[in-house]
Write a protein that binds this ligand. Structure first.
Ligand code: UTP
Ligand code: MN
Length: 513
């Protein structure tokens, strides 16, 4: 009988097979690919008998990965395909010759160059990319070479957001954003090696798309009753994920069912339902320009010297959007007070507004200050509106034509057909509804407001994350606060804010993360 002490040592070094493990610091793994299952089983058993630890499954603890007739790239591709493996193994990638020589020697032989899998000379062909981890450190134009992949990830992000799983949503958005900034089409998982923000889940979706042309998870989501219904219901202006989910659980999946359900809708939601089709049709840059002219005219009429800036996606160079965003200010601090209500009255009188709701400016530096958690909600005076835009072709004449057109048939006249359901009308109506956001900022906060309202949403989120984590600063659409120095960092331009944050300036057209 083996003495107790000796037996203990033996046990800990004894593999499942009962063979004594002589080289516990080595964990071997034989790749079945091209070697074949039976040869692999044979070689594994041989190794175990000789006192080697040969694992059946690949894991991070593997120190020597042995393959036969595989190139280094093939093995790395295989590694990349292992969910969770991510190809980041520290293991030696060796040819089977090292293994057979070691078997013959009865111990692990020294690793020589001839044993190492060749770094393929065409390594440069499978180009890998280098990408900084925060989206605000990158330049992301609208030129996306990987729309198939980013669409798949964005759909999963959207689905997570609809389910109020914010964390998952952000993870998918970050992954999509990394792919958006790559200079080329991704053909192969190996190209993704070393990229930030690509978690296990996102990688498996990408792999699915690269290998099969589509992701089964994305397809299943897209076709699920829940996703379809929530998408329809949140398409109503004024309806968020929470409300849509409540309605869905009440058995409401379509606009018809919603109308028949007798659910009470607030004023925004009623307007959203009335103009559903129009609002869900994207706004073109040409339409945004016409609306710019109208808003400019309103602003200048009520306060000469006031300035308007087109923000949101259109400022980033997008050709379409879901709404049109404007920032209004006046070069003299304080002159912007009371401006919004005058602008809204002017627009209303001219018949441009189908709906509007204004919220007052509730930002008070002394009160709100930096203690507030970084949030994307800001406190500017803001008007969420639905514009009535005349469908005219000639841009120059647009404004006057719209004016006369609107005065002929003010919005209230159109509400009869609207109640019966949507914007459809025999022969088509001569106008369309467009979502417009107006924001008024005092000039002292204008730089921050402009930066905050230009987006993209992910870019903004990443700026705030960068500020907090890397710089101990709190960034909002109102101000930048240095947490350690307990002081505000004043800025009038976006360039200054990037500079405070220690970031290279990224122009709006490169913020499409
Ligand atoms: P949008 O939602 O309009 O996004 O917000 P977008 O980029 O213009 O996209 P499309 O083209 O309309 O679909 C514009 C910016 O305004 C900020 C967002 O963070 C985004 O950067 N924003 C929006 C706020 O700061 N606060 C809000 O309440 C809403
Ligand atoms: Mn927008």
């Amino acid at each position: 009988m083996v003495p107790l002490k000796r037996r203990k040592v033996l046990c800990s070094h004894t593999g499942k097979t009962g063979n004594v493990c002589k080289f516990p610091e080595l964990v071997l793994f034989l790749l079945e690919r091209k070697m074949g299952a039976s040869r692999r089983a044979f070689l594994s058993e041989l190794g175990q008998k000789k006192g080697f630890k040969v694992e059946d499954k690949f894991s991070e603890s593997v120190t020597h990965l042995i393959s036969e007739n595989n190139s280094g790239d093939e093995v790395r591709a295989w590694l990349d395909s292992q969910v969770g493996g991510r190809g980041r193994t520290l293991a030696h990638l060796l040819d089977v010759s090292w293994y057979t020589e070691s078997m013959r020697a009865g111990l692990p032989v020294d690793i020589q160059d001839k044993h190492k899998l060749q770094e393929q000379t065409d390594e440069a062909e499978t180009e890998t990319f280098s990408v900084p981890s925060y989206a605000c450190q990158r330049r992301t134009t609208l030129e996306n070479h990987n729309t198939v992949l980013t669409d798949a990830l964005s759909l999963l992000a959207e689905n997570a957001e609809l389910s109020e799983e914010e964390g998952r949503g952000v993870a998918f958005r970050r992954a999509a954003a990394v792919l958006k900034c790559l200079p080329k089409v991704v053909m192969d998982m190996t190209q993704l090696r070393g990229l930030p923000c690509l978690g296990e889940h996102s990688l498996s979706v990408i792999k699915d798309v690269l290998e099969n042309g589509a992701s089964s998870e994305v397809e299943a989501t897209k076709n699920s009753e829940r996703y379809k219904a929530l998408k329809i219901l949140t398409g109503i202006f004024g309806v968020g994920a929470k409300t849509a989910d409540r309605w869905f659980r009440d058995g409401i999946q379509t606009l018809h069912q919603l109308r028949d359900s007798g659910q009470t809708l607030n004023r925004a939601q009623q307007a959203g339902l009335d103009h559903y089709d129009d609002i869900n049709q994207s706004v073109t840059k040409a339409e945004a320009d016409i609306i710019s002219e109208i808003v400019e005219k309103a602003v200048v009429a009520v306060l000469p010297g006031a300035q308007i800036t087109l923000t949101g996606g259109f400022r980033r160079g997008k050709l379409t959007g879901h709404d049109v965003d404007f920032l209004i200010t006046h070069p003299e601090e304080g002159r912007e007070e009371g401006l919004m209500s005058k602008v809204v009255s002017w627009l209303e009188t001219q018949g441009f507004l189908l709906y509007q709701k204004t919220t007052r400016n509730s930002y008070l530096e002394a009160k709100d200050g930096p203690a507030r958690p970084a949030s994307n909600m800001d406190r500017f005076e803001r008007c969420l509106s639905i514009f009535r835009l005349s469908k005219e072709k000639k841009r120059g004449a647009e404004l006057t034509e719209t004016l006369t057109e609107n005065l002929k048939t003010p919005p209230s006249c159109s509400s009869s057909h609207v109640q019966q359901g949507g914007d459809r009308e025999e022969g088509g109506k001569p106008w369309r509804a467009v979502r417009v956001d107006l924001v008024v900022s005092p000039i002292s906060q204008f730089g921050f407001a402009l930066l905050g309202w230009t987006g993209s949403k992910l870019f903004e989120r990443e700026l705030r994350r960068w500020a907090g984590r890397e710089k101990s600063m709190s960034l909002s659409s109102h101000a930048l606060f240095h947490n350690k120095q307990s002081r505000y960092l004043r800025a009038t331009t976006e360039e200054e804010i990037f500079s405070y944050l220690g970031l290279e300036y990224v122009k709006p057209s490169e913020r499409n993360a």
